[in-house]
Design a protein around this ligand. Structure first.
Ligand code: GTP
Ligand code: SPV
Ligand code: MN
Length: 589
């Protein structure tokens, strides 16, 4: 049993970070309760209204520590090329020298929590063990909600010796001394100076995406920033789909959707809302597991009308971070569906004066997945679920149609690789600027993305039954800034079209960007949307695509001749077709 190896590593890091005491977490409810007690006593947590929100707490973070900090996130590989132009890089020796100093004595006077955790369903060949050492009780408690802590990890460890160590310390929380470091070659994570989710809950983005994407390429599987959902149709049959959208761009909402077509028998079941680990099974199908056991979801915009399932998931045993609080001790945020009440405290605990948001735009809830009322019966199936469709999506206020189907796997990989997305509050920096975010993995792929595209192409070649690939966009806006498409539960109409495409039933017209829904192929009955608006949502704007294609070119150029030929060829094809369509236009106009 490699518990010995874990003990050896813990001894090493505690000798150096010098905590006051060390607590091993075995995953019991009592341990979780003790952590909560510690935080209520020292003010890290505030208890919310026990009648309306039993077992719920509010955490207010340092005002400078509210989102992922991509500029302070590094991949530390022997050579710079391995990390690619898409990552910040430091050599392992430099990283350890520089950041090692910051860890010296960083836990003085604090408790060190040792958290063995399992990512993935117990008993699954896909699952992997991590051990996080942290001096933050908030991080420790969040790990209880987000992963399988303690015995599931040790039971899994007995069957394999591998575990991914992750060292985390709050340090002094200064962004000047904040580093999120990944050593994929030795499967190691170091994080200091932040207590924020994606920087500090090391099982999530650091392990399940950055370290895992590296392992996945070596071992022939995929680690993706994807939700997983089951779409039940009127016959009762479920079709599973995985969808990659960038941060704060609708994964949790799609995965938990309450279908607007429920009376007709279409409904959604949740398997996962953020990350998917995918492998090819013996029959050549792609199967996915959700490595996580909880949701770390965006609070603003979540309401009874937009996401009633999330609202029910978070009404008990949930930790809220950086939301506002009412005088009754209820959590509150913008877009919750109720007007801001009198006596509201903002996310920093100050009396809210009506200027600026009361809840931080990246405020979040952390809740166990089992509390989700529509969690899928197969969400912990060790074999995972068979994926029939892969969906790429992002926020684009213009150009990108409501839905497009790729012509084939290569074209679909190109669609994902060239995807542009408007940035959100989930990472520090400007919000709403378009950047390329291939497969929604730009901040999470730990190696050269040109090789990542090649890996996608190779995975497609190895599959006997490739999922079909789609691109969606719920975020088109009218000139007045209003969303053109109602979104949320109405997105079922697009999932229905996707399902009907898989079944060979739905109509589509082939264009140079892919298959677009034929007029009236999308079921809009009961919706107040005009055929003009639907036309706008499914139009191909040639000039816009010309510009889009230039932006893809600029992005792809970064990778030089590492860019796979198939991607370059798909891009060249788009260019050629754009020219042809110009000729066509001038002839018909
Ligand atoms: P991460 O947890 O950061 O990875 O985000 P996510 O991709 O899970 O995004 P999430 O579902 O939490 O949605 C982010 C924001 O987008 C929330 O404010 C939602 O209310 C909003 N949103 C989600 N789906 C839709 C939609 O279909 N239409 C519109 N207009 N907004 C949406
Ligand atoms: C994201 O930013 O994509 C999230 C939140 O899901 S975090 O855990 O911070 O990465
Ligand atoms: Mn995410």
């Amino acid at each position: 049993m490699s518990r010995k190896n874990v003990e050896r590593w813990v001894e090493e890091v505690s000798g150096w970070t010098r905590p006051r005491n060390v607590v091993w977490c075995n995953g019991t409810r009592q341990e979780y309760a003790d952590l909560i007690e510690v935080m209520l006593r020292d003010g890290t947590l505030v208890r919310l209204n026990g009648k309306a929100y039993p077992g719920c707490y509010l955490h207010r973070s340092d005002p400078d520590d509210v989102a992922r900090t991509e500029n302070l996130t590094f991949i530390c590989t022997q050579g710079k090329e391995a990390a690619g132009p898409n990552n910040n890089w430091m050599s392992p020796a430099d990283a350890k020298g520089k950041v090692g100093k910051l860890f010296e004595g960083s836990m003085k006077g604090r408790t060190m929590y040792v958290i063995p955790y399992l990512m993935g369903p117990p008993g699954s060949p896909s699952s992997k063990v991590g051990v996080e050492v942290t001096d933050s009780p908030y991080v420790a408690a969040s790990m209880y909600l987000m992963t399988r802590v303690g015995s599931p990890a040790f039971e899994h460890l007995t069957s394999s010796d591998e575990f991914v160590p992750g060292l985390h310390s709050l340090g002094d929380l200064s962004p000047d001394r904040r580093f999120i470091l990944h050593f994929p070659e030795e499967r190691l994570i170091w994080s200091i100076g932040s207590g924020y989710g994606g920087n500090a809950l090391l099982g999530k983005k650091c392990f399940a995406l950055r370290i895992a994407s590296w392992m996945a390429r070596e071992q022939g599987w995929m680690a993706e920033h994807m939700l997983i959902l089951g779409l039940e149709d009127p016959t009762g049959h479920k079709t599973y789909m995985a969808a990659a959208f960038p941060s704060a761009s609708g994964k949790t909402n799609l995965a938990m959707m309450v279908s607007a077509l429920e009376t007709e028998g279409y409904r959604v079941w949740t398997v996962g809302d953020d990350i998917a680990w995918l492998r090819i099974d013996e029959e050549g199908r792609l199967r996915a597991v959700n490595p996580e056991a909880g949701f770390f979801g965006v609070a603003p915009g979540t309401s009874i009308s937009t996401n009633p399932v999330a609202m029910r998931t978070i009404e008990r045993d949930t930790i809220f971070t950086n939301v506002a609080m009412t005088s009754d001790g209820y959590p509150w945020w913008e877009g919750m569906g109720t007007p801001p009440p009198q006596g509201l405290l903002d996310w920093q605990g100050r009396s809210w004066n009506g200027s600026g948001p009361a809840a931080h735009p990246n405020s979040r809830f952390t809740a166990p997945a089992r509390q989700c009322p529509i969690i899928d019966s197969d969400w912990e199936n060790p074999r995972g679920v068979v994926i029939s469709a892969i969906i790429f999506g992002s926020r684009r206020s213009t150009l990108i149609p409501l839905v497009t189907e790729a012509l084939n796997w290569e074209h679909g990989v190109f669609m994902g690789a060239g995807m542009g997305a408007e940035t959100t509050a989930a990472a520090t920096g400007k919000v709403g600027v378009v950047r390329r975010d291939p497969m929604a993995m730009l901040p999470f792929c730990s190696y050269n993305m040109a090789e990542y595209f090649a890996h996608w192409l190779e995975m497609g070649r190895r599959m006997k039954h490739q999922p079909r690939i789609f691109r969606v966009n719920w975020f088109r806006k009218e000139e007045n800034g209003k969303f053109l498409w109602p979104g949320f539960g109405e997105n079922i109409r697009i999932l229905k079209w996707i399902l009907e495409r898989l079944q060979g039933k739905a109509g589509a017209r082939e264009t140079f960007i892919g298959h677009l829904p034929e007029e009236r192929a999308i079921d809009v009955h009961g919706l107040t949307i005009s055929s003009d608006q639907m036309e706008v949502l499914t139009r191909v704007d040639r000039d816009g695509w010309e510009k889009e294609s230039d932006e893809m070119a600029a992005f792809f150029r970064m990778f030089g001749d590492k860019l796979p030929a198939a991607i370059a060829e798909e891009h060249a094809k788009l260019r050629r077709n754009l020219k042809v369509s110009t000729l066509h236009h001038s002839r018909t106009n």
